[in-house]
Design a protein. Structure first.
Length: 314
């Protein structure tokens, strides 16, 4: 009989199976299949599993923090955000936002806008907690330094979702283009997952349109979201961008389709992505890092046509 421990991870009795490696070591396939491992649930379906890891990336000023706070509020009050819903049998969960970038007054203003536009609230105020570097004399410790990571144990506490906003300010020792430099951060992320916590990392996008730095960051992630400005974006439109799923573990089809959002006043508006096939649109997509194949898929043009118009190789 395999000795496993089934422990309650939160007030909603979400079950997490922990295997004591010292007792069981590696399992044969029959023993592994006999384990009573509960099906995976989502904190925010479908993009954020319980005990899951996700990333949102975008260039500066596109809307990463807007989306991060919207997700935080939805998970903390058990409702939903944009097209994503908290399953009825999951309910509200405790959220911690680690903010390493925003001035305190601006972060407060953005959160006030989120809460003011909502008809719901978390069960208790401590279901959403904020640790802001701007409010600490020495900021927040470097999360990429394994010697500094123990600081976060007490801060994280009983949070079910940790939002790291953002990677470059909270992981200052990280050399983004060096895969080995990512190891201490990845170890911390996996440690959170092993105890049943989810982590959403917010990161900057590179000039290629992908997340900035080594692709190794994406290896352990369940979901990767890219925020991109539409080809016809105008500066006076504020927070308007497209949401694209670059990695979607466990879901596909309509749930993984990209869509466009725009913040109008305090409310988000959603729409389907529309794209022309004129040269200005093609050039704009190319500058955002789209490949010839991606542009062809989006516009419906043949790859050879896109390549010819852009003077690019297929």
């Amino acid at each position: 009989m395999i000795d496993i421990n089934t422990a309650s991870n939160n007030d909603l009795d979400a079950q997490i199976v922990r295997i004591d490696r010292r007792q069981v070591g590696a399992l044969d396939y029959k023993a592994f299949l006999d384990l009573n491992i509960p099906p995976r649930q989502c904190l925010l379906a479908p993009l954020l599993p319980k005990a899951g890891l996700a990333m949102i990336h975008a260039p500066r000023g596109v809307g990463k923090t807007h989306i991060g706070l919207g997700i935080a509020w939805a998970v903390a009050n058990g409702t939903g955000f944009l097209r994503w819903k908290v399953p009825a049998d999951v309910g509200a969960h405790r959220v911690l936002v680690l903010d390493g970038e925003m001035p305190g007054a601006l972060l407060q203003d953005r959160l006030r806008r989120v809460t003011g536009a909502s008809e719901c609230a978390p069960p208790m105020p401590d279901y959403l907690r904020i640790a802001a570097a701007d409010l600490r004399r020495d900021g927040l410790p470097d999360l990429a330094d394994q010697n500094s990571q123990p600081f976060y144990a007490d801060v994280v506490g009983d949070a079910d979702l940790i939002i790291v906003d953002n990677l470059s300010t909270l992981c200052r020792g990280l050399k983004e283009n060096e895969a080995d430099s990512w190891t201490p951060v990845q170890n911390w992320l996996l440690a959170q997952r092993r105890v049943g916590k989810s982590v959403l990392v917010i990161h900057h996008g590179g000039k290629s349109g992908q997340q900035r730095g080594t692709s190794r960051k994406e290896d352990v992630l369940d979901t990767v979201l890219a925020l991109r400005k539409p080809p016809d974006y105008q500066a006076d439109q504020g927070a308007r961008f497209e949401i694209h799923f670059e990695k979607a573990r466990g879901f596909y089809g309509p749930e993984a389709e990209p869509f466009e959002v725009r913040l109008v006043g305090e409310q988000w508006q959603e729409s389907e992505i529309k794209s022309g096939d004129d040269l200005d649109t093609l050039n704009s997509l190319r500058k955002q890092g789209f490949s010839v194949r991606d542009i062809a898929d989006r516009t419906g043009l043949a790859k050879s046509t896109v390549a010819r118009k852009l003077g690019a190789d297929e």
